[in-house]
Design a binder for this molecule. Structure first.
Ligand SMILES: [Zn+2]
Ligand SMILES: [Zn+2]
Length: 137
């Protein structure tokens, strides 16, 4: 008699897919789209489908392990850095840059004063031309 062993292969595969998707988003600093994540993950897991990548991205975002970011006229992208930081979006090359410095406390204070409210968080995106595209322009 062979003892009944629980089948772990399916859950193992799910975990493997999930961690491959997470790893791909964390590895690149380019704020990749789902399609870009799909191409990265496929190098490791050739049989993974785009739908599976989408599903895992959604779940990881819900768990707070990655962050969804969206810019005007662009597709939904994913960010491996979940801590607060702002973005600069280049309208020419569509690169998303992380901005290291945050909004000055004075600017937040100004908003609180004019709204007579307390700011708990904010989301600010900058749009323009990056330094590379400015040089070309
Ligand atoms: Zn640019
Ligand atoms: Zn970012």
């Amino acid at each position: 008699m062979i003892p009944n062993k629980p089948d772990h292969s399916k859950s193992q595969r799910l975990t493997q897919q999930r961690s491959a998707v997470l790893h791909a988003v964390e590895m690149v600093r380019t704020h990749p789209s789902a399609e870009e994540v799909f191409h990265l993950v496929r190098k490791e897991l050739p049989n993974i489908s785009l739908a599976t990548v989408y599903r895992n991205l959604h779940l990881l975002a819900e768990e707070g392990k990655i962050r969804e970011v969206q810019f005007e006229g662009d597709v939904l992208r994913y960010d491996g850095i979940t801590g607060p930081h702002e973005h600069f979006y280049c309208r020419s090359c569509r690169t998303v840059w992380d901005i290291d410095r945050s909004l000055s406390p004075q600017a937040i204070h100004d908003v609180e004063r004019s709204m007579k409210a307390s700011v708990e968080s904010y989301n600010l995106d900058f749009y323009g031309l990056c330094s590379v595209c400015r040089r070309k322009a």
